[in-house]
Design a protein around this ligand. Structure first.
Ligand SMILES: Nc1ncnc2c1ncn2[C@@H]1O[C@H](COP(=O)(O)OP(=O)(O)OP(=O)(O)O)[C@@H](O)[C@H]1O
Ligand code: NI
Length: 390
C-alpha cells in the first residue's frame, strides 16, 4: 500500500499586525492509498491550515514558508511523485476538484443559492467526466432508434467525436455556435443531469428527481452536505479532504453522513483525509490518526494503537478528556492554555502543559521518531537520551 499524499516539514506563517503567527512548524503527515486518515487536535492547533497549505489555498496574510507536499498520482509508482508546492497555480486548479476534492463545514459556502442543486452536480460531471458522457452519447447515436435529423447521423457523430476530444468550457462555447453541435450540448447536459440524479439517489436521498430540481434553500443542512459530497464525487477523486464536514449537523445526520462516507470509501473514493476534533468520529471512521498540537504533529499511529497505547503526553491527555459512559467522577481537562503562536513555547511546544517535562524539552524541538512499526511520536521521553536527564 503506497502513499497518495505526503506533507514533509510543512511550515506556514501568517503575517498579522500582532506579529508573525507560526501556525505550522515542520508538519509531516502522509496518507496511504485506500485508507482514511484522521487529523485531530484542539481548536486552533492548525488542522485546517495543514490541509489548506497542502492544497495551496492559504489566503493572505498566510504564506507557506517551507516544506514539500508530494502527490503520488499512481499507486506504487513513487518515482512519479510531484511536489505540489512547485507547481503553477493553473496546474493546481486542475488538480483541485479533479484528482482531489475538498468538502468543508459549511455547505452553503460551496453551493450556488440560485442554481438547482441537480444542475450544480451536473456541472461537476460536465467538467470532469465529459469524455465518458460523450462516449455514451456517441453510442446512443449509433442506435437506429435515436432520432436525428435525416441524413445527418454520420456528420453528427463526426462532429460530436471532435467536440468530445476537448472536454473543456471552450469546446462547449464553440459548440453552442454550431446548430448541429448545439444538440450535442443539450444531450451532454441531459446526460449529466441524469447522472447527477443517479448519484443523488445513491447518497441515500429519497425522491432524487425532486431533490435535483430544488434550490439549496429548500433543503436541510444534512441534505445540502450530501449534495456537496455528490459534487465532490462527480469527479471521482483519488483523495477526498473533509474539514469538519459533519460538525455543523445534528448527531443523527452526522452519523448518516459518516456511514455514507464509509460506504463511498469502498466504492467511489480511494482515500480520505479527514479533519475532526471528535475522537469518537475518528474511532468509527479512520484507519490512521495524526494528532496535532500548536502547529506541530506530535503523534501518528493506526487508530487502534493510538487509542490503546498513546505515547505522547498530549495524546494521553486528549484521550483522557473524552467523556466515557462508565467513567466515574469528573471529566479531566488538559491543564493550561493553548499557546499563542506568535511567541510559541521554545523546544517542545507542549512543554508548559506537560506533566513529564524535562530540562531539554524547553530547549530542543523533539523530532518525529518511530516508536513502533507504524507508530511515530515527537517527544523526548522516547528518543534515546530521553530518561537520562529527566
Ligand atoms: N487568516 C489568518 N490570520 C492569522 N492567523 C491565522 C489565520 N488563519 C489561521 N490562523 C492561525 O493559525 C492557527 C491554526 O488555525 P486552524 O484554522 O488551522 O486551526 P484548526 O486546528 O483547524 O482549528 P478548528 O478546530 O477551530 O478549526 C490558529 O492559531 C490561527 O490563529
Ligand atoms: Ni479547522
Amino acid at each position: 500500500m503506497g502513499k497518495i499524499i505526503e506533507a514533509i516539514d510543512l511550515t506556514t506563517h501568517f503575517y498579522t499586525y500582532e506579529g508573525v503567527v507560526k501556525a505550522l512548524d515542520k508538519v509531516c503527515i502522509s496518507v496511504d492509498h485506500g485508507t482514511t486518515f484522521g487529523l485531530v487536535g484542539e481548536s486552533g492547533c492548525g488542522k485546517s491550515v495543514t490541509v489548506r497549505s497542502m492544497m495551496r489555498i492559504i489566503q493572505e496574510p498566510g504564506r507557506i514558508e517551507g516544506g514539500k507536499v508530494l502527490f503520488f498520482p499512481t499507486e506504487g509508482a513513487n518515482e512519479k511523485a510531484v511536489d505540489l508546492l512547485s507547481k503553477s497555480e493553473a496546474w493546481m486548479q486542475t488538480l483541485r476538484g479533479d484528482r482531489i476534492s475538498m468538502i468543508f463545514q459549511e455547505p452553503n459556502a460551496a453551493l450556488n443559492p440560485i442554481m438547482r442543486v441537480g444542475d450544480q452536480v451536473a456541472e461537476s460531471f460536465i467538467f470532469h467526466r465529459k469524455r465518458s458522457m460523450s462516449k455514451k452519447i456517441l453510442e446512443d447515436l449509433g442506435h437506429p432508434e435515436t432520432r436525428v435529423f435525416p441524413g445527418t447521423r454520420r456528420l453528427q457523430k463526426a462532429l460530436y467525436a471532435i467536440a468530445s476530444q476537448t472536454p473543456n468550457a471552450l469546446s462547449l462555447r464553440i459548440s453552442r455556435k454550431i446548430p448541429l453541435l448545439r444538440r450535442w450540448e443539450k444531450r451532454i447536459k441531459r446526460e449529466a443531469f441524469r447522472r447527477a440524479t443517479e448519484i443523488i439517489g445513491h447518497l441515500g436521498i429519497a425522491h432524487p428527481e425532486e431533490v435535483a430540481r430544488s434550490y439549496p434553500h429548500n433543503l436541510s443542512g444534512g441534505m445540502k452536505q450530501r449534495i456537496v459530497i455528490a459534487i465532490a464525487l462527480a469527479c471521482k477523486p483519488d483523495l477526498l479532504i473533509a474539514d469538519e464536514a459533519t460538525s455543523n449537523l445534528d448527531v443523527t445526520v452526522q452519523a448518516q453522513i459518516l456511514d455514507l462516507l464509509k460506504e463511498l470509501k469502498k466504492t467511489e473514493i480511494s482515500s480520505i483525509l479527514m479533519i475532526t476534533h471528535d475522537l469518537g468520529v475518528v474511532a468509527e471512521t479512520c484507519d490512521r490518526v495524526g494528532v496535532m498540537y500548536a502547529g506541530t504533529l506530535c503523534e501518528e499511529a493506526d487508530v487502534k494503537e493510538l487509542f490503546t497505547d498513546p505515547k505522547h503526553p498530549y495524546t494521553v491527555a486528549l484521550l483522557a478528556s473524552v467523556p466515557r459512559f462508565h467513567q466515574e467522577g469528573e471529566l479531566k481537562t488538559i491543564e493550561g492554555v493553548v499557546p499563542n503562536l506568535v511567541h510559541p513555547p521554545s523546544g517542545c511546544r507542549f512543554h508548559p502543559r506537560c506533566a513529564h517535562v524535562m530540562k531539554r524539552c524547553k530547549v530542543e524541538v523533539p523530532e518525529l521518531i518511530n516508536v513502533g512499526e507504524k507508530h511515530k511520536v515527537a517527544c523526548h521521553l522516547y528518543d534515546s537520551k530521553g530518561e537520562s536527564d529527566a
